[in-house]
Design a protein around this ligand. Structure first.
Ligand SMILES: Nc1ncnc2c1ncn2[C@@H]1O[C@H](COP(=O)(O)OP(=O)(O)O)[C@@H](O)[C@H]1O
Ligand SMILES: [Mg+2]
Length: 400
């Protein structure tokens, strides 16, 4: 019997929300958009592993949300599968160095992922053994189970020091491994990270390197469309995906941002009890994403970067009108005052200049060169990409 009252409301907004999780790894290569060239280059670098030989160590570099993590996991999984068709045993471990930033944590995690205790009889305990012992167990596991092991070190710049890189690059030459081989895929979004590496580590770790460029609006739209099965049929209104793609492309070309905005839009619609997702939900979602991204980026930055950013935000707030451009020297002056207030000893001007260019790379600020006239040299001006109030809030939250 039908009733005139709709007791149950509409169906849910999401049908398979997992597709919108950032860590989701698509099964089908059609769902990876605009990265065929990068995947093929990675494939060529890793190719020797298909015959049980040592592949090239790879260094990947690019802004956030350009598909670095996704492509390295995808190609590694593919390599494991194709090698196994040749009867070659390849394994891979994915280490997020933001989570596992000490040498011990990183080595332990790689060991745990690669180990099958039932086959090797090796146990990799949480605690209670030395770093050297973790290495030893890792080498044993690799020798026992694999022809080649790939270790992905994501956000490698977050490692407390170079030791892991040093050990991994040496493992091949020294007698640490009997007949297993090991190679790394190191990933970073820090411009100067590679330059700063010790020469030996650099030459062995960065045998090949690739830069991942940001996506344009069309690619972002395709990425989102490939995930639209996350929603129940007919739930997303027509203008939604193009709008999300346009917003994400305009600011950063960041696929993570695009996917987050779409997911948030769905969550907002769900919470408001609406039966479809529309462009208004997208606008609210964008605000929420901006706040989230900022506080996450800022909380992950070192204290002096936060202080420099705060200094810029204060200068922008004090500026008269329009979109103010703040010269490096003014940022520095404010930064020095803030350090004084907090009883911190300020970094040199040069370091602050480096921090500002790192912030630009993270798409928190934008920089431009201005000339002073012929032969008089130039200077750099800085603009905030986000609302200064949001930035101040996020910096202050990170301090508490
Ligand atoms: N080319 C692409 N096709 C489909 N999804 C993508 C693509 N690039 C990135 N994504 C998705 O966007 C999000 C961010 O990508 P990620 O690989 O984490 O970027 P990065 O490591 O460069 O910061 C992930 O959920 C990822 O699956
Ligand atoms: Mg990543």
């Amino acid at each position: 019997m039908s009733s005139s009252i709709d007791y149950f409301g509409d169906g849910p907004i999401f049908e398979n929300k997992e597709l919108l999780q950032i860590s989701h790894l698509p099964e089908d290569d059609d769902d990876i958009i605009g990265r065929e060239g990068e995947l093929k280059s990675l494939g060529r670098a890793l190719r020797p592993a298909l015959d049980g030989n040592t592949p090239n160590n790879v260094f990947l570099y690019g802004k956030t949300g350009t598909g670095k993590s996704l492509c390295s996991k995808f190609i590694s999984r593919q390599l494991v599968r194709e090698a196994s068709d040749n009867d070659v045993h390849v394994g891979y471990a994915y280490v997020d160095c933001l989570q596992d930033s000490t040498e011990t944590q990183a080595v332990r995690n790689a060991g745990t992922q690669l180990n099958h205790a039932g086959q090797t009889g090796v146990s990799i305990p949480e605690t209670g053994i030395s770093t050297a012992a973790y290495y030893k167990r890792l080498w044993n596991v690799i020798d026992d189970l694999y022809d080649v092991a790939i270790i992905i070190l994501d956000e490698v710049d977050k490692l407390e020091n170079d030791s892991v890189l040093m050990q991994l690059s040496r493992a091949a030459e020294s007698e640490k491994l009997q007949d297993g081989k090991v190679a790394t895929i190191a990933i970073s979004n820090k411009i100067r990270y590679k330059e700063k590496l010790n020469e030996r580590v650099k030459s062995s770790l960065c045998e090949v390197d690739y830069v991942f460029p940001p996506y344009d609006a069309t690619q972002l739209r395709q990425i989102l469309e490939a995930r639209s099965d996350a929603f129940a049929d007919g739930v997303i209104e027509d203008g939604v995906i193009p709008k999300v793609a346009a917003l994400a492309a305009r600011e950063h070309g960041d696929a993570r941002k695009a996917i987050d905005i779409l997911r948030f839009a769905g969550e907002i619609a769900e919470k408001q009890g609406d039966s479809t997702v529309d462009e208004e939900h997208v606008e609210q979602a964008q605000e929420r994403e901006e706040q989230n991204r900022l506080s996450e980026l800022i909380s992950k930055s070192p204290p002096h970067s936060q202080q420099v950013l705060l200094a810029l935000a204060f200068q922008v707030q004090q500026a008269p009108e329009g979109t103010p451009e703040v010269p490096n020297t003014d940022v520095y002056e404010m930064y020095r005052q803030l350090c004084e207030q907090d009883g911190l000893s300020p970094l040199k001007q040069r370091r602050v200049r480096d921090i500002l260019s790192e912030l630009e790379f993270l798409s928190i600020i934008e920089q431009d060169r201005r000339g002073r006239g012929k032969g008089k040299g130039g200077y750099t001006v800085n603009q905030l990409l986000d609302d200064p109030e949001l930035v101040v809030k996020a910096c202050q939250a990170a301090k508490d």
